[in-house]
Design a protein around this ligand. Structure first.
Ligand code: HEM
Length: 118
C-alpha cells in the first residue's frame, strides 16, 4: 500500500509539471487530457492514503495532520492548474504548494509506516 501511494503521488507531481509545460507551449488538448489523468491519480492517492490510515490500530494526531496536508497539496495542484488555464495569478498558491509539499513529504517519511527517514 505504501508503494502504491508513493507511485501515485510521485506520478501526479511529475504529470502536474508536464501539464504546466504543455500549457506553456500552447498544447491545450494535451493539457486537458493530463488534467483528467491527474484527477484519476488524486483518487488513487486518496484511496491508498486512506488504506494506510485504516491499516493502523490507532491513528495519532500527526496522521491526521498528514492527511490534511496531503489533501491540501492535491487541492493546490487542482487550483493552480485551473487558474493557470484562465491566465490568473498563481504566486500565492505556488508559495503554499512548496510549503505543503515539503511538509507532506516530511510527515510521510517521519511517520512509522514504509520508509522511515526522519
Ligand atoms: C500529493 C499528496 C501526497 C503526498 C506527496 C504524500 C506523500 C507521502 C509520503 C512521502 C509518504 C511516506 C511513504 C513511506 O514512508 O514510504 C506517505 C505516507 C502516507 N500517506 Fe501520503 N501523501 C499525499 C497524500 C496523502 C493523502 C491525501 C492521504 C490520506 C488520505 C495520505 C495518507 C498517508 C498515510 C496514512 C501514510 C503512511 C504514513 C507513514 O509512513 O506511517 N497521503 N505519503
Amino acid at each position: 500500500m505504501v508503494h502504491a501511494h508513493m507511485t501515485a503521488w510521485f506520478l501526479a507531481i511529475i504529470l502536474f509539471f508536464v501539464a504546466l509545460g504543455l500549457h506553456k507551449s500552447g498544447k491545450q488538448k494535451g493539457f486537458k487530457v493530463l488534467k483528467m489523468i491527474l484527477r484519476v491519480l488524486y483518487i488513487l492517492i486518496l484511496a491508498t492514503g486512506l488504506g494506510l490510515i485504516f491499516s493502523l490500530a490507532n491513528i495519532s494526531f500527526l496522521y491526521i495532520v498528514k492527511v490534511v496536508v496531503g489533501l491540501w497539496v492535491i487541492a493546490l495542484v487542482e487550483i493552480i492548474l485551473g487558474r493557470t488555464a484562465k491566465g490568473e495569478n498563481t504566486k500565492v498558491l505556488w508559495i503554499q504548494f512548496v510549503i505543503a509539499l515539503i511538509l507532506v513529504l516530511y510527515l510521510g517519511f517521519a511517520l512509522p509506516l514504509g520508509t522511515y527517514i526522519f
